[in-house]
Design a protein around this ligand. Sequence first.
Ligand code: NAD
Length: 433
Amino acid sequence: MSFSDERIRVAVLGAGGLGKAACRIIGMKKELLLCGVCDSKGFVVSSDGLDTQRLASINGDLVSGYRQTAVEVKASMRSEVVNPAIAPTAEGIGPVGLLERTGGRDVAPLEADLPVPQARPVELSIDDCRFSIERPSSNRQSKIDNRKFQGVGVPVPQARAGGLHTLDRSEVGYSDDPLRDIIHRSEMWDAVLIALPNLPNGFIPGVIERFSRAHRPLVFVDVLKRTPAVRKMFALDALIKEAQAVVLTGCGATPGILAAAAVLAAQSFVEVERVDIWWGVGISNWDAYKATIREDIAHLPGYSLERAKAMTDAEVEAILSQRDGLLELRHMEHADDLLLQRVGVVDRLDQVEVGGLMDTRHPKKPVSTTMTLTGITFEGKRASHRFILGDETSMAANVIGPALGYLKRGIWLKAHGIFGVFGCTEFLPMVVR
Ligand code: NAD
């Protein structure tokens, strides 16, 4: 897309704690349209845009949760308007998906990319989302795959004979490889926000590589944390340029907004001595952010990403219980170091120190999040600038907010013909309205 007034069509990879927060925030932004989401078991997509609040409220896996909310929406609408005495009639099915099915039993979401001018649903169950269409002209029946047609209808009072109009023409399905299904539908979005676990280090760079090898010229934003993972991402630069794509990497909180703040803070000094990041995060329930907690555990002495990935949920619980729900982490291998070195804020990686305190039992931050940059001014004075995040701002607000700002920057870069892999320290995020 060009950099214009059009809404940016976004797919979110990962529907865990941060993926769902992304759905909610995207729904509040008039410049963005959520068109696809996936988790490890399946996907939900719609070129018309998805119901973001509904997605954000899902418990359990994405597909069953989405179908469950579809049934709930349908049930709440059915009782009021549909007249059970009206027999099914075939409303027109035009090029843009209209519907019909009355009779008071069901609603029929039909997408009219089928050449069926006089279609009549003859069988429908919203629970397994299967229905067939009778073609009066040929007397043939076409069975429709539940992955291609799923949705929920809403009554349209003005429709002839109490017809129903489709509310949601989303495509929903389980998959053995949801990322493949998202890649296959790449023409449906302009940008992809990645909220997947990065276990092991090469996982998310590998996802971007898959898109690029499929020649998908999209904008990608990740919230990667680990230095070796971000290094792997930069190694994809030639491939990304060839695909005419843009990747903005490390665009959450740390790295992300805090590393970008360090770039601003560095401007007052002729020499930067140190950058110290100390973060505080409070969440009421660790399993709402499983990847985040596992990746944090991997920083504890004696642990690794591989070990954290292999741990059962019960083992994670046990580690957290031993520590009263608190994880204190020091000398974290966060990519703020690499991203700040890349733009010349520091010369050496060891000038950047990242640590923090995670409380997995209370949503209140156990400590304020700060980025402190210490340097020497041109007059020879040593001083520090400190950037403090408001204690009321959650991890999700401080990760997804910046990621979406960088996503808009990525669209801007692409519109200006600038392709490749860039870090959060190389450009300011834009403000998404
Ligand atoms: P989570 O565990 O809550 O959710 C991960 C989601 O990814 C789940 O929906 C899961 O089903 C899905 N998933 C896993 N494997 C998949 C696959 N192969 N295909 C499709 N979907 C798959 O994760 P979270 O706690 O929301 O964290 C997401 C990421 O955000 C993590 O990598 C974490 O490190 C990162 N993070 C970054 C920052 C930052 O400041 N930069 C802060 C916190 C978290």
